[in-house]
Write a protein that binds this ligand. Structure first.
Ligand SMILES: *[C@@H]1O[C@H](CO)[C@@H](O)[C@H](O)[C@H]1NC(C)=O
Ligand SMILES: *[C@@H]1O[C@H](CO)[C@@H](O)[C@H](O)[C@H]1NC(C)=O
Ligand SMILES: *[C@@H]1O[C@H](CO)[C@@H](O)[C@H](O)[C@H]1NC(C)=O
Ligand SMILES: *[C@@H]1O[C@H](CO)[C@@H](O)[C@H](O)[C@H]1NC(C)=O
Ligand SMILES: *[C@@H]1O[C@H](CO)[C@@H](O)[C@H](O)[C@H]1NC(C)=O
Ligand SMILES: *[C@@H]1O[C@H](CO)[C@@H](O)[C@H](O)[C@H]1NC(C)=O
Ligand SMILES: *[C@@H]1O[C@H](CO)[C@@H](O)[C@H](O)[C@H]1NC(C)=O
Length: 645
């Protein structure tokens, strides 16, 4: 995985800020810290410059205090001296991970009462769980993993009521795990010396959160035996270490791949840097563009170009923040994103998606849009609409970023990938085919998500296709993704969208609508039924689309030939397949007005589920009116779940 180099530009943008105010007291504390702590030569803080411009230091907007301090892997060695970092009383984020720091955490850390994120992992800190930290009641992420802490995990961690992530793995904590009531999302105490039963509040975490301890018992590990002390070591403590050990050894192939990958990344970086430098060097030579100047600083449109650069730059950096929507679960900032490791998930018609794993362990998807034509204001308005949409079958948009050069969207990460990958990925070669029940579940989930967009959100999706139907976890809970982005690209964008899903009228007018979404959804249903990708050339004749191909086969009375061969192994599903096929064909009517609305589609698919089988998906099988036309489904399944504002 390469660092998230895509947005490194943004850092350069923010570094335009040059104001002379200065957090004097915090600066002294920082200088005191660095002068007493050996460190690598890379870390050079210029005492005559503002502390806010030092490497790893970030101040608040008015530059009156230090907001975050990040010094990962800069070879800091020895104990943290007292009265240094503990004096940064306004600090929100502190990362000193991956250094050689030793000794105990100073008691004056208890004065960092506003601290939210504390990353001290991968050092050689020792002593008991630092008592000073249980005073920091605003902490949300605490990472003390891979250190040399000993003693018990104190019950007073319950003081940290806002904690969502607690990482204590690879230390020497011993004794019992206290019952922790905070709403933890991430928790790990693996590879310590803990014993006793796992508190019920923590039993929902996976067994790898507890692996490698002396003698832990209770869910998710083996049951506790109340009569005999369990034979040590537990299965978890001897199986997992060997596994991690093994995974550290890389095969020659992997090493080659990594080397090649790194070289490519380095080359790419160099190229970007060169391009960037060239652009910068060229800029001052050109006369200032009147339009740009007028927009950036309307009052000073006549001043020199260099001044305009500075004021424009700093104002821009100020305004360009990662904007989160209300009710979200994340607390990271742009810098966290920049530090994240990233992996390309896919390149689409609107941009490239990355899977970004943040330092704090959160995984999100960052979508980098290209060719956005709207103004910032218009962009923000559309984001406001999209950010409000909340439904279990809609992949939530969590945050966005807009600057002149970059437009980013942040979504939840859906671990099971896309429907497209499930349907078409590595066919034949011993893969598990997507079974019929899963396909039905995905169809109904996606339909509900899309209906929610239409009814509650009043948003046209505009780009329904199987690679935009994402699946959460092994249960195939479908989520509709990438919705409502068309307005950002003006009229040009749909033309380069994946053909095959586009309604006939969209091909002509390039205007998407609720009805064109229904058409695309119909194609998606055909894809689920036939197992054929709509843009696949293997539909026989050149240039024939999936709806026309299905129509021609059905007209010849070969209906059975239409269905995916992988579905032939399941019994008693023909009727359901035919019903779904009928719904799909209604959706792909050439005349928009003949297509059903998305609510109707949801209802029709749900009605299929009243069929005669008895598994969980088709729970309403005892309904006396099973499958009858025109029957009113239960109210909660009829309308999409209401929105939470
Ligand atoms: C430190 O900052 C001052 C003022 O910003 C500058 O004149 C000086 O060259 C800098 N020194 C180093 C070593 O960068
Ligand atoms: C915390 O700060 C206060 C004043 O800001 C100071 O008096 C006190 O000594 C500090 N506490 C510790 C443990 O250093
Ligand atoms: C818990 O937090 C409160 C302040 O919020 C503090 O007074 C108390 O000492 C803390 N308890 C422990 C054990 O740190
Ligand atoms: C951890 O602490 C123990 C004793 O407290 C010491 O023997 C050991 O060397 C320490 N380990 C590291 C990696 O510092
Ligand atoms: C846990 O280990 C400690 C000693 O390390 C021992 O005193 C205690 O009885 C053990 N507790 C359980 C429940 O096994
Ligand atoms: C806990 O940490 C161990 C060791 O780093 C890791 O192997 C395991 O996957 C982690 N478990 C969870 C649930 O994060
Ligand atoms: C952990 O759980 C997985 C599946 O949930 C299971 O396959 C594995 O054997 C468990 N490991 C231990 C050590 O209990």
């Amino acid at each position: 995985m390469a660092p998230l180099t895509i947005i490194v530009f943004l850092l350069q943008l923010t570094s335009h800020v040059r104001v002379n105010s200065e957090p004097t007291q915090d600066k002294q504390a920082l200088l005191a810290f660095l002068s007493q702590t050996p460190h690598s030569n890379r870390l050079q803080w210029n005492a005559s410059a503002s502390a806010c411009d030092w490497v790893g230091v970030k101040c608040d907007a008015s530059r009156s205090f230090v907001y975050s301090l990040r010094l990962p892997a800069v070879d800091l060695v020895g104990p943290i001296p007292p009265a240094t970092i503990g004096r940064l009383s306004q600090l929100r984020i502190l990362s000193l991970r991956s250094n050689g720091l030793t000794g105990e955490i100073p008691g004056d850390f208890s004065n960092l009462t506003l601290l939210r994120n504390l990353y001290l992992q991968k050092n050689r800190f020792s002593g008991e769980f630092p008592p000073s930290l249980t005073r920091l009641t605003r902490l949300t992420r605490l990472d003390l993993s891979s250190n040399n802490f000993t003693g018990q995990i104190p019950f007073s961690v319950n003081n940290l009521t806002h904690l969502t992530g607690l990482f204590l793995e690879h230390n020497s904590f011993s004794g019992k795990i206290p019952s922790i009531t905070a709403k933890l999302v991430d928790f790990n105490v693996s590879f310590n010396r803990l014993n006793g039963s796992i508190p019920e509040t923590l039993s929902t975490f996976p067994n790898s959160s507890f692996a490698g301890n002396i003698d832990l018992c209770g869910p998710p590990l083996k049951a506790c035996n109340p009569f005999f002390p369990a034979p040590a070591p537990s299965p978890s403590s001897n199986s997992t270490p060997t596994k991690t050990h093994k995974s550290k050894k890389l095969s020659t192939g992997a090493i080659v791949a990594i080397v090649v990958g790194s070289v490519l990344v380095a080359a790419l970086l160099l190229l970007l840097l060169l391009l960037c430098l060239r652009r910068r060097r060229r800029q001052p030579a050109k006369p200032p563009k009147p339009v740009a100047a007028a927009r950036a600083v309307p009052v000073e449109a006549g001043t020199s170009s260099s001044k305009e650069d500075i004021t424009g730059g700093s104002a821009e950096a100020e305004r360009n923040k990662l904007v989160f929507f209300e009710g979200g679960i994340y607390s990271f900032d742009l810098e966290d994103l920049l530090r994240a490791s990233a992996e390309v998930l896919g390149k689409g018609s609107v941009g490239t998606s990355y899977k970004a794993v943040l330092e704090e362990g959160t995984t999100v998807v960052v979508k980098r849009l290209k060719d956005v034509v709207v103004t910032k204001k218009e962009f923000e308005l559309q984001m406001e609409v999209l950010g409000k949409i909340k439904h279990e079958n809609v992949v939530p948009l969590r945050a966005f970023y807009f600057s002149k050069d970059e437009k980013l969207l942040v979504y939840d990460y859906m671990s099971a990938g896309s429907l497209s990958a499930l349907l078409h990925g590595s066919r034949g070669s011993g893969r598990t085919p997507l079974d019929w029940d899963s396909r039905m579940k995905i169809a109904v989930g996606a339909a509900r998500g899309l209906a929610c967009l239409h009814v509650a959100g009043k948003v046209v999706h505009g780009n329904i296709k199987s690679s935009n139907i994402l699946l959460r976890g092994p249960d195939h809970d479908a989520g509709v993704s990438d919705f409502g982005l068309n307005p950002l690209f003006g009229n040009g964008a749909p033309s380069n969208r994946v053909a095959g899903y586009r309604a006939p009228e969209v091909v002509e007018t390039r205007k998407v609508s609720f009805k064109s979404d229904v058409y695309s959804f119909g194609v998606l249903l055909l894809e689920l039924l036939t197992g054929k990708a709509p843009n696949q050339a293997s539909l026989g004749e050149e240039g024939i689309d999936l709806p026309r191909w299905v129509q021609s086969v059905v007209r010849e009375e070969w209906t059975a030939e239409v269905f995916d061969a992988e579905l032939m192994r399941y019994h008693n599903i023909e009727e359901e397949m035919v019903q779904l096929l009928q719904i799909a064909m209604a959706c792909v009517s050439v005349v928009p007005d003949q297509r059903p609305s998305m609510q109707d589609v949801v209802r029709m698919i749900e009605d299929i589920n009243r069929g005669e089988t008895d598994d969980g998906l088709r729970q309403s099988s005892d309904d006396p009116s099973k499958g009858s036309e025109g029957h009113t489904p239960p109210p909660e399944s009829r309308t999409p779940r209401s929105l939470t504002p």
